[in-house]
Design a protein around this ligand. Structure first.
Ligand code: ZN
Length: 244
C-alpha cells in the first residue's frame, strides 16, 4: 500500500467515523426532542376521558339550565305540537309519546299540564307568582325570592328549552307535594328513566338544583344519563359534575 493509499484510507475512515458520530448525535437530538414533545403532550392534552366528557356535555339533551346557567342567547327550538295545546322539542317527542302510551297502557291517566313556554309566558307566570306573595304581605324582594323557589326566573326555566314537561294525574291535578302519592307519579318515578326522562327536582336536592321539590316536573336528558341518574339517586347537576 502506497503512502497515498494509506492517507486515503485514513481519510475515508475518519469521514465514516465523523458521519457515524454526527448521525448518532442527530438521532439522540431527535429522540430527546420527541420525548420532550410527548411529555408536553401528556401535560397539555386532555385525557381520553376528559375529551369524552366534553363531547357528552355538548349533546343537546344534556344542556344545563338553572338559576346559575341561563338559556344561551338565541337558543332555537323546533317544536312538535301535542294534542292538548302543549308542545315539546321535536327531538324528545318520540320518547315522551312512548312514555305516555305505556303509562296509559298500565291503566293510568297521566296529563301533561305544562310543557314548552316562551319567554313571555314564563315572565307572565313568574309575575303572577310574585303577585301572590306580595298579596300575602311579603316585601317585593322577598316575594321575588319566594316565587323563584317554585318557578324559575324567566330565562332560566327548562320549560323554555322544550325539554321539560309537568305531568299530573288527571284525577288529582294540584301541583303540590301530595302529587307524589298519585299512581301516575309512582309509575313515572319508577319508569321515566327508561324513556330518557328524570324527575328533575327531587326532595333532597333543592340546595343543588335551586328549585323546591316538584314531583311532577320531568326533564328529558336521554336514556343513558337518565338511567345513571336513577340508579345512583343523583340529580342532573351532580351527574354533569361527575362527567366533567
Ligand atoms: Zn315544570
Amino acid at each position: 500500500m502506497t503512502s497515498y493509499q494509506k492517507r486515503l484510507r485514513r481519510s475515508v475512515l475518519a469521514f465514516v467515523i465523523f458521519m457515524s458520530v454526527l448521525s448518532c448525535g442527530l438521532g439522540i437530538t431527535a429522540a430527546s426532542a420527541y420525548i420532550k414533545y410527548q411529555q408536553t403532550m401528556r401535560i397539555d392534552t386532555p385525557s381520553a376521558n376528559q375529551l369524552k366528557a366534553v363531547t357528552i356535555v355538548d349533546e343537546w339533551y344534556l344542556i344545563l339550565v338553572n338559576k346559575w346557567n341561563p338559556i344561551p342567547d338565541g337558543y332555537k327550538v323546533t317544536l312538535t305540537n301535542l294534542r292538548n295545546g302543549q308542545a315539546v322539542d321535536e327531538r324528545c317527542y318520540p320518547d315522551l309519546q312512548k312514555m305516555m302510551d305505556d303509562c296509559r297502557a298500565a291503566g293510568l291517566s297521566p296529563l301533561i299540564c305544562s310543557s314548552y313556554r316562551s319567554q313571555a309566558k314564563q315572565e307572565k307566570l313568574y309575575a303572577n307568582r310574585v303577585k301572590d306573595f306580595l298579596a300575602q304581605g311579603y316585601p317585593e324582594e322577598e316575594a321575588k325570592k319566594e316565587a323563584g323557589k317554585y318557578l324559575a326566573i324567566p330565562g332560566t326555566s327548562e320549560h323554555q328549552l322544550g325539554l321539560a314537561v309537568d305531568i299530573v294525574d288527571i284525577n288529582k291535578q294540584a301541583l303540590n307535594s301530595a302529587q307524589e302519592k298519585t299512581e301516575v307519579q309512582q309509575w313515572l318515578m319508577k319508569n321515566s328513566w327508561k324513556y330518557g326522562f328524570i324527575l328533575r327536582y327531587p326532595a333532597n336536592k333543592s340546595d343543588i338544583t335551586g328549585i323546591s321539590y316538584e314531583p311532577w316536573h320531568y326533564r328529558y336528558v336521554g336514556r343513558e344519563a337518565a338511567a345513571r341518574i336513577y340508579e345512583e339517586n343523583i340529580c342532573f347537576e351532580e351527574y354533569l359534575q361527575s362527567m366533567s
